[in-house]
Design a protein around this ligand. Structure first.
Ligand code: SF4
Length: 447
């Protein structure tokens, strides 16, 4: 077997793309290696969401050039969003790279690999595949990921691209317009995954709430969740990422009535001030957002929330930032993914002056993360003494039998006690709260 080294930057969508590329490479005779010096093919799957990520990729490619000089047979490839962002400019900057392709071209990897090997041998021009298929022509990659990764959990793409135009976001320009995957493909993949023991699935899309808006089979997102619960043996269902403007009552009904849907909702708010939300072109107000949170808290007691927040967006005043902190106080998120604004090419915000000084961005980020950590710990402390149902994912230490799993609310729990198997749902009494996880013991059957 030839060996392939795969490195991934960025979001869960990119991680899933890499899993699919690993399977396609496996079908082309490549086994995975974690050592680029041991590889016949080295592929970097890139992320363009922040400038910092792009710089890391360029230094990676600098290192890859040296490895290639010592091993002229090494085939080098670059995939993902930076290829779509930079196109020919990336070829000019790194002419030694044999193959470059954007996210829409993953399913063609086996053929592109053949052309890249030819290019390497004949010293021809780099093989570059960029651009987007028309919505009607786009086909999703229908391969199952390598089972070794996690026997219990899996990710399933339900959508690609995005039709929103949030002013800070490069995604629509590097992943194209929104396409929803046919429901029958999604159900078939989940059935195949549960047949091999998977208990939990995370549905992936840039804005899963608009799933089905422009698809042929007319299946809405809520309908899809219903079908997964009634037509598969899945034990627990999650999804990411969502856009508040497309959260409808039928989704809230699913949270209240769908026994498989985990009581955790990742709902990016990005900012707490209406002025900033307007400048970000998020198409909802602070009150619109809080109305969704309130209805879910009323219909699903104990539901957990997480979110994404950007600080230092152009024009963000200190008062605007205080609005973000006060919104966090209202919602009390289990987890906040927070970032400092980074100007991105093609986006409309790039025309705005990046007028919030870096040290102010850093100070706001630090203050926000400290508040978020405070909330997370308080929420963890509030469940000490309670019994929680945990889906067992791994065993941290097989000698002392310390297991690791997650609650329905997506809290990480490490626990000891009665031996159990991966995929078991175990009742655990929470004994200790830590900043990012809980510790417990298996509860007695009749407690
Ligand atoms: S919804 Fe907005 S932030 Fe999310 S991927 Fe689409 S454009 Fe980007």
């Amino acid at each position: 077997m030839k060996k392939a080294y795969l490195k991934t930057y960025g979001c869960q969508m990119n991680e899933q793309d890499t899993r699919q590329m690993e399977t396609l490479l496996g079908q082309s005779g490549y086994a995975r290696t974690n050592d680029p010096l041991d590889a016949d093919f080295a592929l970097i799957n890139t992320c363009a969401v922040r400038e910092k990520a792009v710089h890391k990729i360029y230094s990676d490619l600098g290192r890859m050039r040296l490895i290639r000089e010592n091993n002229p047979n090494l085939l080098v490839g670059v995939a993902g969003c930076v290829v779509e962002q930079e196109k020919e400019a990336l070829v000019k900057r790194f002419p030694f790279v044999d193959l470059l392709f954007g996210p829409d071209h993953i399913r063609h990897l086996p053929e592109m690999l053949g052309k890249a090997e030819e290019r390497r041998d004949k010293q021809g021009p780099s093989v570059l595949h960029v651009g987007f298929d028309a919505r009607k022509d786009f086909q999703f990659v229908n391969v199952l990921p390598n089972p070794d990764e996690s026997p219990v959990k899996a990710f399933v793409n339900i959508q690609k691209g995005c039709d929103n135009i949030c002013s800070f976001c490069i995604v629509p320009f590097v992943r194209g317009r929104e396409v929803s995957r046919p429901a029958h493909e999604i159900l078939a993949e989940i059935k195949a995954l549960t047949e091999r023991g998977v208990k939990e699935v995370m549905l992936l899309g840039q804005n899963v709430n608009s799933y089905g808006f422009k698809s042929n089979d007319g299946v809405s997102f809520a309908e899809l969740l219903e079908r997964i619960a009634t037509q598969t043996n899945l034990s627990r269902l999650r999804f990411t990422s969502s856009h508040p403007k497309d959260v409808k009552d039928d989704l809230i009904d699913q949270y209240a009535n769908n026994p498989v849907l985990a009581p955790h909702f990742h709902l990016p708010v990005q900012a707490g001030s209406d002025a900033v939300l307007k400048a970000m072109r998020r198409q909802y107000s602070r009150d619109d957002y809080l109305r969704i949170i309130d209805s879910l808290k009323a219909r699903v007691p104990g539901i957990a929330f997480s979110t994404d927040i950007i600080v230092g967006f152009p024009g963000e005043s200190d008062a605007d930032f205080r609005q973000t902190l006060s919104l966090m106080e209202v919602v009390r998120y289990d987890l906040v993914y927070s970032f400092a604004y980074s100007p991105r090419p093609y986006t409309s915000a790039i025309k705005l002056a990046d007028d919030v000084p870096l040290e102010v961005k850093k100070a706001r980020l630090a203050e926000l993360q400290a508040l978020s950590d405070e909330h997370t710990l308080a929420i963890h402390e509030s469940v000490v003494g309670q019994i929680k149902e945990v889906l067992v994912e791994t065993c941290d230490d097989s000698d002392t039998l310390v297991y690791k799993g997650r609650t329905g609310c997506n809290k990480v729990v490490h626990f000891t006690g009665t031996p159990c198997a991966f995929g078991d749902r175990v009742r655990v009494i929470i004994k200790q709260a830590n900043p990012h996880s809980l510790f417990g013991e298996t509860a007695c059957p009749n407690s």
